[in-house]
Design a protein around this ligand. Structure first.
Ligand code: HEM
Length: 538
């Protein structure tokens, strides 16, 4: 037979694979030798020095010394759960993905997170929340690595180190946590105004969710779905919580952070344990895959823009239910490794420059975080589809590979007859044309408008929501030490809306600047019937 991967621990995920720790009747060393004592070191006499030959002492302490792994460089704090995704079959016309076929049931693991805090930080801070889902499909793992906010701070992944360096604790004082109380975040987002819309979402009630169970989730980028006949459709993914979207008010968030910093983690675990299994509908906004990749003038490759649901309704494609808590935080929630590039046939990426950088970053960081390239073999990351790759060896290799010819072509292992053609379910990248161009670092002119959508958002808010946003900006900008940053923050607000700017300026005791861009009312949404470009699933 050809090269083949044999995993000693089977294919299941969860915690029941292979060597169950603490399962035996008596304690042993890591090598299985039975112990008679673990409370005292081996010494030269009861009051004498400890002997170097005490293997058990050295093993116990050495292993303990290496218990910690690096936390995630972002999204370090999280909580997760197992569940199932049941497909309605409504997307079969636009994608060949088997897990979206009618009636398909797929096991999933979902990890929610904050972005900026460290592993031990509080849950209810004002921040974006991660919403990452691993679908263990029959065709391989599909990861939908999204957030609870539909836009991002930057349009190009090359700015990711900048935005995260600005948002993480001050390098000199290590004063932590989200956007509060440090100048670097506000310095960056007021200089780099493509961050305006994401920041406005953060300052709204969406920045302090009531519960992970009551958050929306968004794939943010535009994806390309590929149907069985090869036709393609552009989509944006949305998760809609069955419990509705609810937030805390600022005072509640502060109290919860003090009284119960694990507020969201506890809420999720308690709900699942008590049988109140949270559910979300997965839906897609669909757009024709035109050459310009614009929809109603909105650049679908710009991740700082939404497509309003009034002009492209979210169409449900399946239901997610979280029904089981992890049984070991480290093995599951900490070791899970999501990656935007984990795709299955029928789902492809687009030219979004933020998405493209993510395709590189996740595996790269996980090689450091999880100690080498073999983390897909960890139980929580293991695909439920058969694996037959030609990857070999490496740190923490646990597979025992058979065969002698992990290369192609070969004549020793039967010539590797394992390539599936496209018709037999192999993953093919959609053969979309790449625009003929020259090498440039410039962004498209359609990426230049940073204020119209924030204005649309602000004007869609009710008056209590506006009060919360105003109070949030006043509090956060008020915490900056540098006067120039506060003033630049007001300038950004002036470019969104005069009323918002004036209210925050009054709170800060500063003059409200004049806008630098025309404050035109956002274009009224054309009636659905006039669009002529909607793309209904049915
Ligand atoms: C982690 C979402 C942009 C690099 C994460 C996680 C989520 C997420 C949800 C946590 C996954 C988990 O629970 O384990 C997003 C979204 C983005 C975005 C929605 C924009 C739309 C980026 C970009 C980069 C990046 C542009 C880099 C160029 C990372 C890294 C991690 C991470 C390095 C840590 C992964 C790990 O250690 O396993 N992201 N992210 N992200 N993200 Fe992103």
């Amino acid at each position: 037979s050809g090269p083949e991967t044999v995993s000693p621990t089977g294919q299941e995920t969860g915690t029941d694979q292979g060597g169950v720790a603490q399962g035996g009747a008596y304690l042993t060393t890591a090598q299985g030798a039975r112990l008679y004592e673990t409370d005292h070191s081996l010494k030269a006499g009861p009051r004498g020095p400890v002997l170097l030959q005490d293997h058990h002492l050295r093993e116990k302490i050495t292993h303990f010394d290496h218990e910690r792994i690096p936390e995630r460089v972002v999204h370090a704090r999280g909580a997760a759960a197992h569940g199932v995704f049941e497909s309605y079959g409504t997307a079969t016309r636009i994608t060949r993905a088997a897990f979206l076929a009618e009636g398909a049931r797929t096991p999933v693991f979902v990890r929610f997170s904050t972005v900026l805090g460290s592993r031990g930080s509080a849950d209810t801070v004002r921040d974006t929340r991660g919403f990452a889902t691993k679908f263990y499909t029959d065709e391989g793992v599909f990861d939908l690595v999204g957030n609870n906010i539909p836009v991002f701070f930057i349009q190009d992944a090359i700015k990711f180190p900048d935005v995260i360096h600005a948002g993480k604790p001050h390098p000199d004082r290590e004063i932590p946590q989200a956007q509060s109380a440090h100048d670097t975040f506000w310095d960056f987002v007021t200089l780099h105004t493509e961050a305006t819309f994401h920041t406005l979402w953060n300052m709204s009630d969406r920045g302090i969710p009531r519960s992970y169970r009551m958050m929306e989730g968004f794939g943010v980028h535009t994806f390309r779905l590929v149907a069985a006949d090869g036709s393609t459709t552009l989509v944006k993914f949305h998760w809609k919580p069955q419990l509705g979207v609810h937030s805390l008010v600022w005072e509640e968030a502060q109290l919860a952070a003090g009284i119960d910093p694990d507020f969201h983690r506890r809420d999720l675990a308690d709900a699942i344990e008590s049988g109140a299994h949270p559910q979300w509908e997965l839906g897609v906004q669909t757009f024709p895959d035109t050459e310009d990749q614009l929809f109603q003038g909105i650049d679908l490759l710009d991740p700082t823009k939404i497509v309003p649901e009034e002009i492209a309704p979210v169409q449900p494609v399946g239901l997610l239910t979280l029904n089981a808590n992890p049984s070991n935080y480290f093995a599951e929630t900490e070791q899970v490794a999501f990656h935007v590039g984990n795709l299955v046939p029928g789902i492809d990426v687009t030219n979004d420059a933020l998405m493209q950088g993510r395709l590189f970053s996740y595996v790269d960081t996980q090689i450091t975080r999880l100690g080498g390239p073999n983390f897909p073999q960890l139980p929580i990351n293991r695909t439920h589809a058969p694996v037959n790759d030609m990857l070999r060896d490496g740190m923490h290799q646990t597979a025992v590979h058979r065969g002698v010819a992990p290369y192609r072509p070969n004549s020793l292992d039967g010539g590797c007859p394992f390539l599936a053609g496209a018709d037999a379910g192999g993953y093919i990248e959609a053969p979309v044309p790449v625009p003929e161009s020259r090498k440039v670092r410039d962004a498209a002119a359609s990426f230049d408008d940073h204020f119209s959508q924030p204005r649309l958002f602000w004007r869609s808010m009710t008056s209590p929501e506006r009060e919360h946003i105003t109070a949030a900006y006043t509090f956060e900008l008020g915490k900056c030490y540098e006067q120039a940053i506060k003033e630049r923050g007001l300038q950004v607000l002036a470019n969104i809306d005069g009323e918002l700017c004036a209210a925050v300026a009054a709170g800060l005791g500063l003059p409200a600047p004049a806008p630098q861009v025309p404050l035109a009312d956002p274009e009224p949404s054309p009636a659905l019937s006039q669009l002529g470009r909607t793309w209904p699933l049915d």
